[in-house]
Design a protein around this ligand. Sequence first.
Ligand code: 9Z3
Length: 353
Amino acid sequence: MSSSPSSTFSAESYFSTQLPPSNLEHDIAGVREFVGRQKDAGRKVVFVTSGGTTVPLELNVVRFLDNFSAGTRGATSAEYFLKAGYAVIFMHRQFSLQPFSRHYSHSINPFLDFLEIESSSASSELPSSGSTPNGVTSSPQICVTPNKRDHLLEVLTVYKNVHAAGTLHTLTFVTVNDYLWLLRAVSQELSLLRRKAMYYLAAAVSDFFLPRQKMSEHKIQSGKGSLHIEMDQVPKILKPMVEDWTGKDGFIVSFKLETDQTLLIPKAQASLNRYGHQVVIGNDLNRRKFEVVFISWKEFTSQSSREDDASSSSPFRESWLRIDPHDRAKEIEEDIVEELVKRHGRWVHSGER
Ligand code: 9Z3
């Protein structure tokens, strides 16, 4: 597959030709209710997107293209935003990591390894319900593995508190089409909060898609040899997002992912220049867990903090955030969120770019 200038969709033509997901209205009713509640409570709200989008190749989808992302960045950041007092709309790829449950992901930290069957329940054999000597029926007891207890209790306590406070609202997407429709609709709802809304676009979004008009209805057959697919470019949605959907008031943070380090800064700067939003966070695929770079506008960010500008004539401010790659207890998202909360606070109060 090569990349060539095939048809380009504007955001407008995209939404007038591609169908919305069937549950869009229901999802948005939930978001509307959530945003209204947070507005009444005077909270800031951050809209976090997380995980990779798929691009189905068939209408009855058997095969699809996927974008890399486990959802760690989004799920971890959401927890730190909640800790900082924000309400969070967490829009993630179905089955990607989520705040709190991420600590017990099936692959890294399997949930079942946290549980034990209490040995006092009658026999040393495999447990089963049975009668004790005095005839009382006992069932095996489940308890938490002692050395995992403290951590689980800590996570569970925050999780329950967040639920009780009603400050986390979750939505899911699978395809890039679901993602785009939801992104637009949620942004429009959230624009009600004006400057108190932050948009944190950590999802890994496909640059290419197959319009439904070009999709095969049924599974593509393999009889004809190699497969050639020409994909269209996904519309550059940051433009309408900045200028239209968010009412020009939202604090918008996008991520730029590269695998070639030398492209990171120029691509992040180009993105900021093109869309005119507030921050682009650049990350290299292999270094993303311990190093990111913030690109923002010089005139907006505080000049008092230390910065390593590429050149004094550049309109961009470039600041690196690094943590010790060997410190496994530290998560870089803690520092990313801390920095953004500060910048967003200034944005809310300043009323200027
Ligand atoms: C990111 O760059 C995220 O930080 C990662 C997080 C996807 C690398 P994980 O979920 O990974 O922790 O495994 N997200 C944005 C990726 C993206 O699609 N950016 C677009 C681009 O680079 C611009 S919106 O062109």
